[in-house]
Ligand binder design. Structure first.
Ligand code: MF3
Ligand code: CO
Ligand code: CO
Length: 247
């Protein structure tokens, strides 16, 4: 899990200089594909339920599962890049936000709230707490900022498989859901909208967008439950997990 998580995070670090105004998301994905191959790893998403790319790239009002395309980035676009790799049979799944050009004020607030929501969810991870405690921490914070949590997609168990039980909901009640136990591995990957939480999937059967066309953001870490808390497998080695950090 360490190796897989660190490779996925390193790829997201190294893709940073390739995100700029005028760049196509297909080119970003091509570079990611090359990086996965150069590391001797396998993309978990190529061939997954018919998906054909090494990343999902979700721009502006795309909530998740954006398909890389020839369309180019415009100044002020915010985007999530999500990469999952397999190393020695283990899965590392992480995503983070990027910006083309300068980040607009409202987008910056959304990105910050989404990042803080992920970290508050992670801080609720310890043996004895429940999955509901994670969702509750995320939901109460996001709604206190007058933004909304997407209900239609969730985090998931992972390890030697991509998507395992349980569903990791980003909303919930304290004490609800399964209990957290040392040795569990799963993702937390809240999607936060500036407007309403409802989504719809486009005719390509993948791209999920906000129904009200409002901006959406997401961050994802793969984590493990330790004896006393949590360990994040997908921390950024370059300290670039957040778009305003690092060089
Ligand atoms: N990486 C995504 C997740 O966080 C799943 C992408 S599946 C794909 O679970 F097929 F769309 F790539
Ligand atoms: Co995931
Ligand atoms: Co992912």
């Amino acid at each position: 899990m360490h190796k897989a998580g660190q490779l996925a995070a390193t790829i997201l670090d190294k893709i940073t200089p390739h995100v700029f105004v005028g760049q196509s998301t297909a080119e970003i994905d091509r570079i990611i594909t090359e990086m996965v191959e150069a590391a001797g790893a396998t993309s978990a998403t190529i061939g997954y339920r018919g998906y054909q790319h090494a990343s999902c790239i979700s721009v502006n009002h795309v909530v998740c599962h954006g398909i890389p395309s020839a369309k180019t980035l415009k100044a002020g676009d915010i985007l999530n890049i999500d990469v999952t790799v397999i190393v020695d049979g283990w899965f590392g799944d992480t995503s983070r936000m990027y910006v083309a050009g300068d980040i607009p004020r409202k987008a910056e607030r959304l990105v910050q709230v989404t990042y803080d929501a992920l970290m508050l969810g992670i801080e609720a991870v310890r043996p004895g707490n429940t999955f509901g405690d994670i969702g509750h921490a995320i939901q109460t914070y996001v709604e206190s900022q007058r933004m909304s949590v997407v209900r239609d997609f969730c985090g998931h168990g992972l390890g030697r498989v991509f998507h395992a039980p349980p569903n990791v909901l980003h909303y919930g009640r304290p004490g609800a859901g399964p209990r957290l136990e040392e040795g569990m591995f799963f993702t937390i990957e809240p999607m936060v909208n500036l407007g309403r939480p409802e989504t719809k999937v486009l005719a390509d059967d993948w791209t999920a967008v906000t129904r009200d066309k409002s901006l959406s953001a997401q961050f994802e870490h793969s984590i493990g439950v330790t004896a006393t808390g949590f360990e994040i497998f997908t921390l950024s080695p370059a300290g670039r997990f957040h778009p305003t950090w690092g060089g």
